[in-house]
Design a protein around this ligand. Structure first.
Ligand SMILES: *Cc1c(COP(=O)(O)O)cnc(C)c1O
Length: 445
């Protein structure tokens, strides 16, 4: 069957349907380590870890074995009145890794549901305490998932504007976007002034605000905007002063990705709630967790007469296959001493990014944090002007990347790399050299 016919029933996510016809997707047959292989046997470096989930590479022997072993026991059981054995194990394993103030885990299915759960818990928490706080605050450029509640705190115009016109949009403040600082600061003058509007909002509407949600240290979908710890500290500080609950969305930043086990560690703060997903299962199966401090959980405890119940749950919540993959993944993190053992590869990765791209005339900004590297491409470094949209420069670079054995997916004008933790220095070099070659193909054609 011709590929076009094979594809005719598929509606691709985040894709113009004409592109899907003109540039058919790779049909992937298998993966190994940092590579994926299409069915013609071509290898590609999975430079973005299949949407940031692949910590230990594809088809990792230990994670695969754990899932296989679980398959012979039970595939799924409901999580109310029952709990699967691997889910129990996971709760202790993860519990031992989280900041000590965080004591309870609520399981769900993915990052978006982990966020929905946090938002609902915040609303009900206030209600149980006799309050009526029902507004949320998010940062400009925020991405917290694609379901309606998560989108209400999403602040990326291309994804969210249409929906905000149709339902509740929450408060959005500024994005800590250092390259194009919204308040005109430089690194040397920054004392987190970009969060002044957050303080103003808390002063004015603090009594109505149920929680402040943020991606700590790195706004992912906005274009891998890494921001300084002082900004995160100020967010925590303001929330503390104005008694606003904090929801740290660590879906993308959790589990060592930023060089700390959890990005909140950069501010030495424990959020009231933390959302986890993405790499939690090593990229094997979907699973989300909303982890909360005891004082949150306490509000919900009581017997049937108390009426205190969190009426929420998803069909596949606490799925044993996903939990077995998560246990194996977290055990690998402990055994391999992640993130400390990543220091040499992180430093090599950052050094190479700068060596290859510092002088590149179309690289306006190089952003790095842990095992994340991003290049913001510009038509002109002085004015920071973007390439005209109709040139589709980054789309074409990604297409050219395939010819160099590189799988990347830019975000707007940002080309980024989220390699697995097991990447070798040679693989990092190959990945970055291929990206540079793909850029040359398009920019100097
Ligand atoms: C990806 C992501 C989500 C949504 O997770 P899904 O598993 O895609 O639903 C939420 N928050 C952040 C910060 C993310 O990066």
């Amino acid at each position: 069957m011709p590929l076009a016919s094979e594809l005719e029933r598929i509606w691709m996510p985040f894709t113009y349907q004409q592109d899907h016809i003109d540039h058919p997707p790779l049909v992937i047959e298998r993966g190994q380590g940092i590579h994926v292989y299409d069915r013609n046997g071509n290898a590609y470096i999975d430079a973005i870890g299949s949407w940031w989930v692949s910590f230990f590479g594809h088809n990792h022997p230990q994670i695969s074995a754990a899932v296989r072993a679980q398959l012979d026991k039970i595939e799924h059981v409901l999580m109310a009145g029952c709990v699967a054995e691997p889910t129990l194990r996971l709760s202790h394993l993860l519990g031992s890794m989280l900041p000590r103030q965080i004591t309870k885990l609520f399981f769900s299915d993915d990052g978006s549901t982990a966020v929905e759960v946090a938002l609902k818990i915040a609303l009900q928490y206030h209600s149980l305490k006799g309050g009526n706080q029902c507004e949320f605050v998010a940062l400009g450029g925020a991405y917290h998932g694609d379901t309606l509640g998560a989108m209400s705190v999403g602040m990326i115009p291309e994804y969210h504007d249409l929906f905000h016109k149709r339902f509740n949009k929450q408060h959005g403040v500024l994005s800590p976007y250092c390259y194009r600082c919204p308040v005109g600061c430089k690194a040397s003058t920054c004392i987190a002034q970009c969060m002044d509007p957050l303080e103003a909002l808390f002063k004015q509407r603090g009594n109505h605000i149920a929680a402040c949600i943020f991606e700590p240290m790195l706004q992912g979908a906005a274009g891998m905007r890494a921001y300084p710890a002082k900004v995160l500290k100020r967010i925590f500080g303001l929330c503390h002063t104005y008694k606003i609950l904090t929801i740290a969305d660590e879906v993308a930043t959790g589990f060592g990705r930023t060089g700390k086990l959890f990005a909140c560690e950069y501010a030495d703060c424990a959020p009231d709630m933390m959302c986890l997903a993405k790499g939690l299962t090593g990229g094997y199966l979907p699973m989300g967790i909303t982890a909360v401090q005891e004082h949150i959980f306490e509000q919900f405890s009581g017997d049937f007469r108390s009426g205190k119940i969190f009426n929420h749950g998803h069909t596949f919540t606490g799925n044993p296959l996903a939990a077995s993959a998560a246990c194996a993944t977290l055990q690998l993190m402990l055994d391999m001493n992640i993130p400390s053992s990543l220091e040499p590869i992180i430093s090599h990765f950052h050094k190479q990014l700068h060596r290859l791209f510092d002088d590149h005339e179309n690289v306006g900004d190089i952003r790095t944090i842990g095992m994340v590297g991003a290049l913001e491409l510009v038509a002109d470094r002085t004015t920071k002007a973007l390439f005209p949209t109709e040139n589709r420069t980054l789309f074409r670079i990604a297409q050219a990347g395939l010819k160099h054995g590189l799988l990347i997916r830019p975000l707007g004008n940002v080309l980024y790399f989220v390699p697995p933790f097991i990447a070798t220095t040679q693989e990092i070099d190959q990945m970055l050299n291929s990206a540079k070659a793909a850029m040359a193909d398009v920019l100097y054609a």
